[in-house]
Design a protein around this ligand. Structure first.
Ligand code: 13P
Length: 252
């Protein structure tokens, strides 16, 4: 049985003191939570302070992006080893905003993911179709390509410890979540492909999150789908009480 994971992606919201105040509140609210892994991914600037504020709690810290080189003349970039030392244990790679606004491709996502694994960070690899692709009935073909190319070179053993996030682009920040049936269909397909390409055992262990307008009032139905193992939450993670309601909604 896969343990559910609820991850909050702050995107470009919250300063250092705002992030610390949030974590102090969340760790107190979530201290009785059992049976679900919790991750908060603030902006780079707040990772170190966030990790300190979350120390010895059941909240882990993630980053939202990573460069694939260990170090070097790459102005503005941050390496996986740097994130680990700063206190991150997870990193989101290939978020659709990185893909559409900043030129990330399956090939660069693949390099970021391998760098994360090498540095002992758990990658959360994002995939998902646009509205135009869904309307053209290309959803499953798009997912196939993203899985094949983004996860190229991953071993079954590595996949087992990884996280994927299915985030249909049309559901992100729009208030229009995929229906449980739409999410269920996509997740079932993803799981089938993982079984086919990485083996049954690895595919059964890899957690696949749903992301896109997850809220306290829709999490229970989404996570009831057999292949939905948690959620990657944007807007509704920014308030600790609302994020806690999603976390507890994933435990029932
Ligand atoms: P929203 O929850 O705000 O739709 O964002 C989803 C997302 O992009 C999480 O990574």
């Amino acid at each position: 049985m896969r343990k559910p994971l609820i991850a909050g992606n702050f995107k470009m919201y919250k300063s250092v003191p705002e992030t610390v105040a949030y974590l102090i509140e969340l760790r107190a609210l979530a201290k009785e939570v059992r049976g679900v892994d919790i991750v908060v991914a603030p902006p780079f600037t707040a990772i170190h302070a966030a990790a300190a504020a979350a120390r010895d709690s059941n909240v882990a810290i993630g980053a939202q992006h990573v460069h694939w080189e260990r170090e070097g003349a790459f102005t503005g970039e941050v390496s996986a080893a740097m994130l680990f030392v700063a206190g991150a244990r997870y990193v989101i790679v290939g978020h659709s905003e990185r893909r559409t606004l900043f030129g990330d491709t399956n090939a660069t996502v693949n390099k970021r993911m391998h760098a994360a694994i090498t540095a002992a960070l758990v990658p959360i690899v994002c995939i998902g179709e646009t509205l135009e692709q869904r309307d053209r009935n290309e959803t499953l073909a798009v997912l196939d390509r993203q899985i094949k190319e983004s996860l190229d070179g991953v071993t079954g053993e590595q996949l087992a410890g990884m996280v994927l996030a299915y985030e249909p682009v049309w559901a992100i920040g729009t208030g229009r979540n995929a229906t449980p049936a739409q999410a269920g269909e996509a997740h079932f397909h993803i799981r089938q492909r993982l079984k086919q390409w990485f083996g049954l055992e690895a595919a059964e262990q890899c957690r696949v999150l749903y992301g896109g307008s997850v809220k306290p009032d829709n999490i229970a139905k989404l996570i009831a789908e057999p292949d939905v193992d948690g959620a990657l939450v944007g807007g509704a993670s920014l308030d600790a009480k609302s994020f806690l309601a999603i976390i507890t909604g994933a435990t029932v």
